[in-house]
Design a protein around this ligand. Sequence first.
Ligand code: ADP
Ligand code: ADP
Length: 223
Amino acid sequence: EPILAGRGVVKRYGEVVALAGVDISIRPGEVIAIVGPSGSGKSTLLHVLAGILPADDGEVFLGTQAITRLTETERSKLRRTAFGFVFQSGMLVAELTAEENVALPLLLAGAPREKGIAAAREWLVRLGLGGLAGRRPGEVSGGQLQRMAIARALAHRPRVIFADEPTGALDTRTGEETITALLTVAQETNAAVVIVTHDESVARRAQRVIEMRDGRIAVRAAV
Ligand code: ADP
Ligand code: ADP
């Protein structure tokens, strides 16, 4: 029983067919890497699966629920509750401290402030950032920033985590540590992880690698 599935997903930008009918099935707790050349549709696939972009045709299912049939308001609620995002653009709020940033999804989901902050502190400790709870995003290193984003993505225990080039701005060792942190905490909560990456060392950590070519999934030889 997949946690997330795309069936015949089509997405066009004017004349450009970014997704030409994609079928994909992701099991609970599974780690999937999406690779492929620039412009092959990786980001578009991630955004459609995550309910950020509407599909032009086909369906995306979260469990048995067709999220492609929801209104934008309903999808927005679903993104805040069922999904977690680790994007390069961060989505961390510069003016807030680490613990406030990590607590934010919990507070938006209705948790009382004290409870949200306490939970956020625990997540920061788990990611080795226990001493940085009061720092703002501009006051930590790149690797710490990515772990902060991971804590934020996981704090509300999403069922699927979407990561777009999570190691893109990091050196090799920090990138490895970041991926290890992400996969460890995802496994602890049985969250599925969908990672778009150019980084072979990241792709090797996935249970399954999907290669995109011209808006389709191309079969890829095992690495
Ligand atoms: P990738 O993530 O593999 O680089 P994308 O999903 O970003 O690929 O893009 C797939 C195709 O869709 C490309 O041809 C790209 O130029 C096009 N595209 C992506 N976003 C837009 C957009 N907002 N407007 C027009 N074309 C877009
Ligand atoms: P990329 O790393 O591919 O450039 P971005 O982080 O810039 O991706 O996000 C791509 C688009 O998706 C942006 O327009 C951003 O505002 C939107 N987006 C990202 N995360 C969310 C979310 N959780 N809810 C709604 N929109 C989002």
